[in-house]
Design a protein around this ligand. Structure first.
Ligand SMILES: Cc1cc2nc3c(=O)[nH]c(=O)nc-3n(C[C@H](O)[C@H](O)[C@H](O)COP(=O)(O)O)c2cc1C
Length: 310
C-alpha cells in the first residue's frame, strides 16, 4: 500500500508473522526514482524474503525496464499494479485504467516476463466497471502471458472503494486459471479468511486496510502471534514510531502521525473512542521526535501501572 507499507511497517508485519509483504507501489519510470521519497519507497528490508516490489505504468518497454532494474537491485518478485483507481495513477494510463485495454495488459505482462528471470505477478480488480466486469478475461491473459500469480481485489475500477467486495468473480478466476490466485478486499479477521478461502478455493488472501495500526494482525490470523495486551500494543507503537522517525529523518514526525492515529483508532479497551481521538489531537501538536516518543512512553507506563494495580 502506497504511503503505508514502507520498510518500517513491513518489518513489523513480517516479525509478527505475515507470510508475504509487498513494497509500496512505485512508478515504472526510472527517471522518477531519484527523489528521496522514491528512494525510500524502493528500500527493501534485510531478512524479508522474497523481496517483492510493485510497479505501475502503462508502457510495456518502461515496465520491462523497471522490472529489470528492480531485479538487479535485489527484487525476487515484481508485481504489476492493474488495480489502483487513484486519479493520479489512472490519468497516466496505469493502474486500474489499464483494465479497459486487454491487449495492452497482455503486452505489459509479456514484456515484464521476458525481461527478468524472477516471477512477475499481477494485482487486478474484478473488472473495469460493473458493466464490463472483465477480471476473468484479464486473469486468463495474465496466465497465458506468463504471470506467476494473480491477486484480485473484488471490486471493479469504477467501484473504487465503494460497496462491499464480491468474491464470485474471484471464485470464477480461481476456477479458470491454474496459477495461484490471491483474494483481496474487506478481509479483516480469521473467520473471514476461512470463509473466503473455502468459498472461493483461492490459494491465499491479501489484507490491506485491516492491518493499518495493527501490524500484528497478519501473524495473528496466521496463528503465529497471540493476542497482544495493551502494554504490548504500546510497545509496538513506540517501536514503530522510533523506526519511522529514523527512516524518514525530519519528515518522520509528520509521516508517523497517520500510523499513530490508526493505532489509537483500534486501541479498544484503552478509554473510549472520543478519549482516544483527543489523544491523537494532542499527539498531532507535537513537533519534536523526542516529544512524540515521550508521549507514547508515558501512556505505556500508565497502562502498566493500571495493569499492576489490577
Ligand atoms: C492507503 C492505501 C494505499 C494503497 N496502495 C496500494 C498500492 O500501492 N498497490 C496496490 O496494489 N494496492 C494498493 N491499495 C489497495 C489495497 O492493496 C487493497 O487492494 C484494497 O485496500 C482492498 O483491500 P482491503 O479491504 O484489505 O484494504 C491501497 C489501499 C489503500 C487504502
Amino acid at each position: 500500500m502506497a504511503g503505508v507499507t514502507d520498510a518500517p511497517f513491513r518489518q513489523l508485519a513480517w516479525r509478527f508473522g505475515a507470510g508475504h509483504v509487498v513494497g509500496e507501489m512505485v512508478s515504472a519510470k526510472a527517471d522518477l526514482w531519484h527523489t528521496s521519497k522514491s528512494r525510500l519507497r524502493r528500500q527493501s528490508v534485510v531478512g524479508i524474503s522474497p523481496v517483492a516490489v510493485q510497479i505501475a505504468g502503462g508502457d510495456p518497454a518502461t515496465i520491462a525496464d523497471a522490472a529489470r532494474r528492480h531485479w538487479r537491485d535485489g527484487a525476487e518478485i515484481v508485481d504489476i499494479n492493474f488495480g489502483c483507481p487513484a486519479r493520479k495513477v489512472c490519468r497516466k494510463a496505469a493502474g486500474s485504467a489499464l483494465l479497459a485495454d486487454e491487449d495492452l495488459v497482455a503486452r505489459i505482462i509479456a514484456a515484464a516476463v521476458a525481461a527478468v528471470p524472477i516471477p512477475i505477478t499481477v494485482k487486478i480488480r474484478s473488472g473495469y466497471s460493473l458493466e464490463r466486469r472483465n477480471g476473468l478475461t484479464i486473469a486468463g491473459i495474465a496466465e497465458s502471458e506468463g504471470a506467476a500469480a494473480v491477486t484480485v481485489h473484488g471490486r471493479t475500477r469504477a467501484c473504487r472503494f465503494l460497496g462491499a467486495a464480491e468474491y464470485d468473480t474471484v471464485a470464477a478466476i480461481k476456477d479458470k486459471v491454474s496459477i495461484p490466485v490471491i483474494a483481496n478486499g474487506d478481509i479483516s479477521d480469521a473467520a473471514q479468511v476461512h470463509q473466503v478461502m473455502t468459498g472461493t478455493g483461492v490459494d491465499a488472501v491479501m489484507i490491506g486496510r485491516a492491518a493499518l495500526g495493527a501490524p500484528w494482525l497478519l501473524g495473528q490470523i496466521a496463528g503465529v502471534t497471540g493476542v497482544l495486551s495493551l502494554a504490548e500494543k504500546f510497545d509496538t507503537m513506540i517501536e514503530h514510531l522510533h523506526a519511522g522517525q529514523q527512516f524518514y529523518g525530519d519528515a518522520g514526525v509528520r509521516i508517523m502521525r497517520k500510523h499513530m492515529m490508526w493505532y489509537f483508532e483500534k486501541l479498544d479497551g484503552f478509554g473510549g473512542a472520543e478519549e482516544r481521538r483527543a489523544l491523537v489531537r494532542t499527539f498531532n501538536t507535537l513537533i519534536e521526535a523526542e516529544a512524540q516518543l515521550q508521549f507514547l512512553q508515558q501512556l505505556a507506563l500508565d497502562v502498566r501501572v493500571v495493569d499492576a494495580a489490577a
